[in-house]
Write a protein that binds this ligand. Structure first.
Ligand code: COA
Ligand code: MG
Length: 300
């Protein structure tokens, strides 16, 4: 079975009993139990305990959503966070504010040790870095394409911390309301670096959580551009994101037609379909679409 890349990744502040209580009812493909920016410094210890309790309450193979934990950056409590939550065997770790691919390598070595200590299958804990939250990390995104990191499931990005890091007062272009150039650049680099590394690109959050139409529109665009999923910050964002990153019925039907057209002409590299030329890249894309459609259907 192919690994299904989560489409929706819903953040839940790790110190919020109330919001953690909503986790089981969520249709998010993945939940990110947060120990970093949504938790005040004085609440970190309490959040570690709550997150561990949440992980432990649901055995790894009985989880509806994958459970990731966002730890604090390396050198700012990451090791304490891992000590606190790894006994609960999270499916993955989100690491913020990476400065280079080596940060992910270090985290991976630490996970080797925690997996051994807690009888978790070796190498099974995945890593999702937020790879654009420092200027250095953004400049060095290409490192992810150079050397494969086995635990890496994808790359994601964030605009808020990057603007703070570079001293910008806004991350939006005042004329258009779209991302300013620096953030467009970071986003595109994440997409390219992730795909070059053979992993998923996960788009950043849509901050206006009451604007469902805007979220749907921008998520469909992201899906068309090649992103596999998106961060959510509010439960109302989960279904629109799941819909946007699932192939539409029309796309599935088209993929079936492409495959059928090639099946009908064995050994041919280019065929005609509805008056248009299709060749091998279209066939690959059609197979990807069907594989994703089947993985989503199997998930139920
Ligand atoms: N996870 C789980 N439940 C959530 C939730 C989340 N991320 N966000 C909101 N809820 C719950 C609320 O507790 C509320 O429950 P209730 O109906 O029982 O009162 C319900 O969903 C509706 O929430 P709403 O009143 O619309 O929003 P809010 O004002 O309570 O919260 C935020 C708004 C932005 C503070 C909240 O959505 C949140 O904490 N998001 C995550 C923030 C985060 O993790 N940031 C770090 C990554 S950038
Ligand atoms: Mg942050």
């Amino acid at each position: 079975m192919i690994e299904m890349i989560p489409r929706s990744w819903l953040f839940i502040p790790g110190d919020s009993e109330k919001k953690l209580g909503k986790a089981d009812g969520s249709s998010a493909d993945a939940l990110i139990l947060d120990l970093e920016d949504s938790v005040a410094p004085q609440a970190k210890a309490d959040a570690r305990e709550k997150v561990l309790a949440h992980l432990s309450a649901r055995p790894r193979d009985g989880r509806k959503s994958l459970l990731y934990v966002r730890i604090n950056p390396l050198g700012e409590g990451a090791l304490e966070d891992l000590s606190g939550v790894m006994p609960g065997a999270p499916d993955g770790i989100m690491i913020p504010k990476t400065a280079c691919a080596d940060d992910v390598r270090v985290l991976s070595l630490w996970l080797d040790a925690f997996e051994a200590a807690h009888a978790i299958p070796a190498g099974s804990t995945r890593i999702l870095p937020v790879a654009t939250e420092t200027a250095a990390g953004t400049l060095k995104l290409t490192e992810f394409a150079d050397r494969p990191l086995p635990r890496l499931i994808g790359l994601t990005w964030g605009a808020e911390d990057l603007s703070a890091a570079i001293g910008a007062s806004t991350n939006l272009d005042p004329a258009t309301g779209e991302w300013a150039l620096v953030y467009k650049l970071a986003r595109v680099q994440v997409l390219l670096a992730a795909r070059a590394a053979g992993v998923a690109a996960i788009d950043t959050l849509y901050v206006d959580f009451r604007d469902e139409a805007g979220l749907r529109q921008s998520s469909s665009r992201a899906a068309d551009e090649g992103f596999a999923g998106r961060i959510a910050i509010h439960p109302a964002q989960v279904d629109p994101i799941n819909d946007s990153f699932a192939p539409s019925p029309e796309a599935v039907e088209h993929a079936r037609q492409v495959i059928a057209a090639f099946d009908a002409s064995p050994g041919t590299g280019a065929v005609g379909l509805n008056g248009k030329m299709i060749d091998i890249p279209h066939l690959k894309q059609a197979r990807n679409v069907l594989a994703l459609h089947e993985a989503i259907a199997a998930r139920g």
